[in-house]
Design a protein around this ligand. Structure first.
Ligand code: 0O2
Length: 221
């Protein structure tokens, strides 16, 4: 009896995770449709890359313990909203907000929480725009609303965050003070780079091709 109960629990956990995977796929599709439409109709691709991940069982268990959440499916469903995660890396800050607006304006996307770490960076310098959204997933048993954490950021923000994440784990979350300071300074440099690149991009798009004056029309003799 114990083994069949354990198998049932395993099946239930797999079914639970699958729901998040389906939600993640719905968001991925929405983002890729926006990307393709932009590329074809506006001759411009605002997205550099998209990365999705499901939280690992270990990481879910760690968060349950850290936050003191009841270890049952209903409580986990209610309190852990980043089991499905999609990260959208854009070229420029304006694209980050544009993509966020386009996704969250869709009728079947419900915004639960927005954390704008671009307008208000974290103390260490972390910048990104986070949204917990819910999307319906249609199963044989009916519709289910699934929360997905979508992180929007620029390439510079992504570059910084991935290095910071590596350093944080390398030092088991106890980063030496001089490295913390250097990371914060690097975050400022990334912010500066973002605004310079955006400015450059705007100038390039508004200036006309061929700064040299065209040749005069042929004169008739
Ligand atoms: P992973 O591996 O990306 O999933 P909490 O989840 O409890 O830490 P909260 O308030 O639920 O915090 O979430 P919040 O602040 O919206 O941010 C959670 C996620 O944002 C993290 O997920 C990271 O992906 C990213 N993030 C937030 N702060 C930082 C930071 O200072 N540095 C970096 N590199 N990333 C950050 P996970 O679950 O920690 O990791």
């Amino acid at each position: 009896a114990a083994i069949s109960e354990a198998r049932e629990l395993r099946d239930e956990f797999q079914r639970f995770l699958r729901e998040y995977e389906f939600g993640m796929r719905e968001i991925e599709t929405k983002i890729s449709i926006l990307r393709d439409e932009f590329t074809h109709d506006h001759d411009y691709n605002p997205i550099e890359h998209v990365k999705s991940r499901l939280k690992t069982p270990d990481s879910i268990v760690e968060k349950v313990a850290r936050r003191g959440i009841e270890p049952d499916f209903a409580s986990i469903r209610e309190h852990i909203t980043d089991i499905a995660g999609v990260r959208v890396t854009c070229s420029f800050v304006a694209d980050v907000y544009r993509l966020f607006d386009l996704l969250t304006a869709q009728d079947d996307v419900t915004v639960r929480i927005v954390k704008d770490y671009i307008a208000q960076p974290k103390d260490n310098g972390y910048r990104s725009l986070h949204a917990i959204v819910e999307v319906p997933v249609y199963l044989s048993t009916g519709a289910l609303m699934v929360p997905v954490e979508v992180q929007f950021r620029t390439i510079a923000m992504d570059f910084w965050a991935s290095l910071e994440h590596k350093i944080y784990y390398k030092f088991s979350q106890r980063v030496p003070a001089h490295l913390v300071d250097s990371l914060t300074a690097a975050a400022d440099a990334a912010t500066e780079l973002d605004s310079r690149m955006e400015q450059l991009h705007r100038e390039a798009r508004s200036s006309t091709v061929g700064a040299i004056a065209p040749p005069p029309p042929p004169t008739s003799t």
